[in-house]
Design a binder for this molecule. Structure first.
Ligand SMILES: *[C@@H]1O[C@H](CO)[C@@H](O)[C@H](O)[C@H]1NC(C)=O
Ligand SMILES: *[C@@H]1O[C@H](CO)[C@@H](O)[C@H](O)[C@H]1NC(C)=O
Ligand SMILES: *[C@@H]1O[C@H](CO)[C@@H](O)[C@H](O)[C@H]1NC(C)=O
Ligand SMILES: *[C@@H]1O[C@H](CO)[C@@H](O)[C@H](O)[C@H]1NC(C)=O
Ligand SMILES: *[C@@H]1O[C@H](CO)[C@@H](O)[C@H](O)[C@H]1NC(C)=O
Ligand SMILES: *[C@@H]1O[C@H](CO)[C@@H](O)[C@H](O)[C@H]1NC(C)=O
Ligand SMILES: *[C@@H]1O[C@H](CO)[C@@H](O)[C@H](O)[C@H]1NC(C)=O
Length: 292
């Protein structure tokens, strides 16, 4: 989510007055030469017909169906695991600079054979909605593909409580030609006892390198950690069940998905931006999510 040379653009006046309740970056000292931060929010599987996924993922890349069937064995055969990422990026640092917090929301498409090598899974990530106040994050994301500056509710947090005991994060694309308050990506989740997917499956999809619809051969090698203090008690991942709504320009057709299961959690991340996608052939993740 960071531009190549973001430090050159950085000025403190860009900071927005956001008071987030998210814990500080626990790994900045360990990775002084990388971009690191905390993502807090909800990551969930949105089961969609395979044909719909196929119509969204660029036609020149195949989808690694046997890989996702192995990792999500409970999905019916005609459904594909799209991923909702409704997240708040907090205490992001790189090369000894900090950038202001921001939120982002997207439906993403894992298990894409970006290199046509038959086995390395990438995640197709366009379009994405990012807090319109944070030009650094918006510009950085645009390197990979379509990025809509958006308004978020809640504005400065990973999620907020609703009246029914659940949590939500809603994002609306900022378009001057439009004036309604409906979210373009809305998501409401309730805590639930168990979900049909493993945490390990989430380790896998959150560690696939990301590419988008930009005419570029650069990928975002985004490493999501599950082994730091902010992903352990008292902050252990919480299984959730919810409803996700999307509408254009996020997806071709207005849709509401129920039976969406995932985790409300916080993770530290290490982000290696603008890596040539070709260099990630055979990439097997970073550890615990690694079955290859
Ligand atoms: C994530 O955000 C929620 C909502 O603000 C907060 O209650 C929780 O403590 C945060 N988790 C971490 C690990 O920072
Ligand atoms: C960041 O700061 C530390 C401590 O001052 C220094 O050792 C390190 O070289 C700096 N890293 C970069 C990329 O400037
Ligand atoms: C973001 O990109 C726009 C358009 O290219 C540019 O005008 C603006 O200065 C950039 N802002 C930052 C903070 O990089
Ligand atoms: C948008 O709607 C609000 C409330 O209905 C109204 O006050 C405002 O003038 C409208 N803005 C535009 C650009 O139509
Ligand atoms: C968030 O979006 C959902 C639709 O997904 C809607 O039901 C809910 O009312 C919205 N909440 C707020 C506070 O806008
Ligand atoms: C995800 O799982 C697939 C299939 O088992 C495996 O080949 C791949 O290395 C895993 N990727 C990550 C990032 O863990
Ligand atoms: C945490 O996981 C990352 C990625 O799998 C690994 O590189 C790192 O060494 C692990 N750290 C600890 C303290 O186990």
């Amino acid at each position: 989510m960071l531009p190549l040379l973001f430090s050159a653009f950085f000025t403190p006046s860009l900071a927005v007055t956001c008071t987030s309740q998210t814990q500080p970056n626990p790994i900045a000292q360990d990775y002084p030469n990388d971009a690191t931060g905390v993502i807090n929010g909800t990551t969930a599987i949105v089961p969609i017909p395979y044909a719909v996924a196929r119509s969204i993922v660029p036609a020149q890349y195949s989808i690694l169906t046997s890989a996702y069937r192995t990792i999500f064995p409970s999905l019916p055969p005609d459904l594909y695991p799209a991923v909702l990422e409704a997240l708040h990026d907090h205490d992001v640092r790189a090369f000894n600079f900090s950038i202001p917090d921001f939120s982002r929301s997207a439906l993403r498409f894992p298990f894409v054979d970006r290199l046509n090598d038959g086995h390395t899974s990438f995640k197709y990530g366009s379009p994405i909605l990012i807090s319109k106040e944070n030009a650094i994050a918006v510009n950085g994301s645009a390197v990979y593909g379509t990025t809509y500056p958006a308004t978020f509710v809640p504005e400065c947090d990973a999620y907020a409580a609703d009246a029914c005991g659940g949590t939500f994060m809603n994002a609306s694309v900022f378009l001057s030609t439009r004036n309604d308050s409906k979210p373009d990506i809305g998501s409401v989740f309730q805590t639930t006892g168990a979900i049909p997917y493993t945490l390990k499956a989430f380790m896998n999809i959150t560690n696939q390198p990301i590419f988008g619809d930009a005419p570029s051969s650069l990928c975002d090698n985004y490493i999501t950690l599950f082994n730091t203090s902010i992903t352990a008690p008292p902050y252990a991942p919480v299984p959730v069940k919810g409803t996700v709504s999307v509408r254009p320009p996020v997806c071709p057709k207005e849709s509401v998905f129920e039976e969406v299961y995932g985790f409300r959690m916080a993770n530290a991340f290490v982000e290696r931006n603008a890596v040539p996608c070709e260099s990630l052939g055979g990439y097997h993740g970073t550890g615990e999510g690694d079955s290859g």
